[in-house]
Design a protein around this ligand. Structure first.
Ligand code: F6R
Length: 609
């Protein structure tokens, strides 16, 4: 959801801002803009469309003077993508320019307030209210002014603010939207995400909610809501700079699919020591897990699908009831939880607005909270009682891949630990699974080596499909849900996932000659059942692509196409199915000529409700 970047240094700001925006384009790409303090005034260029338009208009930043500036890449919330609605927004007196990520919820109220005081809005955005309020409240002291502005705002915001009379510095304000401050030598920065700045610095500080930062060439000062200076301890980013580059792959998505063996290895290996699961810094003792009455897993999108896999895994092994909720539902349904239940919050970005709100709801209800998060220091990671970090590295493609499979690995590690703590798993199963988890990176490697060709071929055959049905039972159903999302979000083919046993209860009426049905059937105990469902759709004209494992031969006669995955413990098969289904979605989208890393209407990290 929108990317913001800011620079204060001695070099020309515009090219540096564009460089940062290029790395943030995955957060929004319907328009972009930048503003710099140039002499006594603020100069601004903004335009509808991809960042390339802004680069063209500014001659790659060369035609904008000034060494302090802010930039923005937009994912529209208020007002269509247009030149006028693009950020920055500038105050009527021209002294203040603002870029914003988030939503100002009381924007209509503010518009009324400002209009009554003679201000006129030029755009349809909520952000313009912030620029106008800054002019209205300006007291001569920017920290005081921004404090007054922040007191008027409801909603979520990360703001970058330029003031024409501080040509060496700009300001940043944050509440419930991600923002990091990067510390350089003779230059300092802000960005929505660390990868935007990794080529410039590895040293960062995080802003807490309601803090305001002055970011100058040689100084960064952070103020709390009482305008007191807050001491901040910088931390070093461990992420590799190449994470923000495609490294020769045509798309970030394909690169990240191929990074999964390493991401899984990094996530799993440190947590298995001498055959025993070690959850590291996670404090609850085995006794705590032994006595919990139930677990609620809460997340959005693919992270929710990971939760569904987690439910099957944890319930089967630990014999403790697990509920899985969409965060946008959980937060408003007055969930029945409390001290006896554990809430597991899953989020790659750690910033998803609904998931963060669900975490706060669980904490309010006194449930213990454990977050599975990829981005270190993100809001969810900071607010949850306990954090399990997936070490996938930065994920840039909008469609999650390595973020999702490492969430599965985390859930398996946590599930196995809980099963052991509750005495629900015997030594042999426990040791077997711990060993199998360690072999997962190699198995994923095999999928990438052995199945790519076949999946590429099948994608070339099926890229013209208009509908696709993904079916499976048990864990395979959970995997089907994620496969269907992967396909539809990047290829725009309408796809739905169904529990195979549910087909007869309505959906089968949709099957007609040539319908594409992707059947996930890696579960030996349920293979015969799924096979019957395959026959049912086949006899109604469907083309069935079966994804299976060592039980493949059962399907050979009935499926039209067969993808056989490497052998793996069936409890872990959703990881391998996910990789194959990611490749299917990717290659179908590529064959359709889709903009895979930037699918229409989507953006990474959904920081608005
Ligand atoms: C789909 C996808 C989204 C995210 C969802 C949650 O490919 O990426 O469905 O999984 O928006 O995001 P996080 O995990 O960042 O909370």
């Amino acid at each position: 959801m929108c990317g913001i970047v800011g620079y204060a240094g001695s070099d020309r700001a515009a090219p540096i801002l564009l460089e940062g925006l290029k790395k943030l384009e995955y957060r929004g790409y319907d328009s972009s803009g930048l503003a710099v303090v140039s002499g006594p005034e603020i100069k601004m260029v903004k335009t509808k469309g991809r960042l390339a338009n802004l680069c063209r208009l500014t001659d790659d930043g060369k035609n904008l003077d000034g060494s302090v500036g802010i930039g923005h890449t937009r994912w529209a919330t208020h007002g269509e993508p247009s030149d006028l609605n693009s950020h920055p927004h500038i105050s009527p007196d021209g002294r203040f320019a603002v870029v914003h990520n988030g939503i100002i919820e009381n924007y209509l109220e503010l518009k009324e307030f400002l209009t009554a005081r003679g201000f006129r809005f030029l755009s349809e955005t909520d952000t313009e209210a912030v620029a106008l309020l800054t002019e209205y409240y300006f007291s001569g002291d920017m920290i005081d002014t921004l404090q007054k502005v922040a007191n008027k705002l409801r909603g979520s915001y990360a703001l970058g603010v330029l003031f024409s009379q501080t040509p060496d510095a700009f300001y940043a304000v944050r509440k419930d939207s991600p923002l990091v401050v990067g510390l350089g030598k003779g230059a300092n920065y802000i960005a929505s995400d660390m990868p935007a700045l990794l080529s410039r610095t590895r040293s960062f500080i995080l802003l807490e909610d309601d803090e305001i930062a002055l970011v100058g060439r040689n100084v960064v000062r952070v103020y709390d809501r009482n305008k007191e200076i807050v001491p901040k301890e910088p931390f070093e980013a461990t992420w590799d700079e190449s994470a923000a580059e495609k490294d020769g792959y045509p798309h970030f998505m394909l690169k990240e699919i191929h990074e999964q063996p390493k991401a899984l290895q990094n996530t799993i290996k440190p947590h298995i020591k001498n055959g025993k699961i070690d959850l590291g810094a996670i404090k609850p003792t085995a006794d705590y897990f032994k006595n919990i009455a139930g677990i609620d897993i809460v997340a959005c999108g693919s992270a929710y699908h990971a939760g569904v896999v987690g439910k099957y895994f944890i319930e089967e092994l630990a014999r403790v009831p697990v509920g899985v909720d969409l965060a946008s539902e959980f937060r408003y349904r007055r969930p029945i939880t409390g001290e006896s239940r554990l809430t597991v919050i899953i989020s790659q970005s750690g910033e998803t607005a609904d998931t963060l709100a669900a975490l706060r709801e669980a904490k309010r209800a006194k449930s213990k909270t454990l977050a599975i998060v990829n981005v270190i220091g993100s809001s969810i990671a900071r607010e949850a009682d306990e954090v399990f970090y997936t070490l996938a590295g930065p994920e840039i493609a909008v469609a999650t891949t390595k973020g999702y499979t490492t969430q599965l690995a985390a859930l398996c590690l946590i599930g196995l630990y809980i099963a052991d703590a509750r005495g629900a798993v015997n030594t042999e199963t426990y040791a077997g699974l711990a060993g199998d988890l360690l072999t997962l990176p190699d198995k994923v490697n095999c999928v990438l080596k052995e199945n790519v060709g076949g999946l590429q071929y099948l994608s070339s055959v099926h890229h013209g499909a208009t509908h696709a049905f993904f079916i499976g039972r048990g864990r395979d159903y959970a995997a089907a849900m994620e496969g269907s999302l992967k396909l539809k979000e990047i290829s725009y083919i309408h796809a739905e996932a169904y529990a195979a046993g549910e087909l007869k209860h309505g959906t089968i009426s949709l099957i007609e000659n040539g319908s594409l049905v992707v059947a996930v059937c890696t579960e030996p105990a349920l293979a015969e059942k799924t096979l019957s469902n395959i026959r049912e759709v086949k006899s109604r004209g469907a083309h069935v692509l079966a994804l299976t494992a060592n039980i493949g031969q059962k399907f050979a006669a009935d499926a039209d196409s067969l993808v056989v995955l490497p052998d793996v413990n069936p409890l872990l098969s959703p990881v391998l199915s996910a990789v194959a289904l990611q490749l299917l979605g990717y290659y179908i989208s590529a064959a359709r000529g889709c903009d895979i890393d930037k699918p229409r209407n989507l953006a990474k990290s959904v920081t608005v409700e």
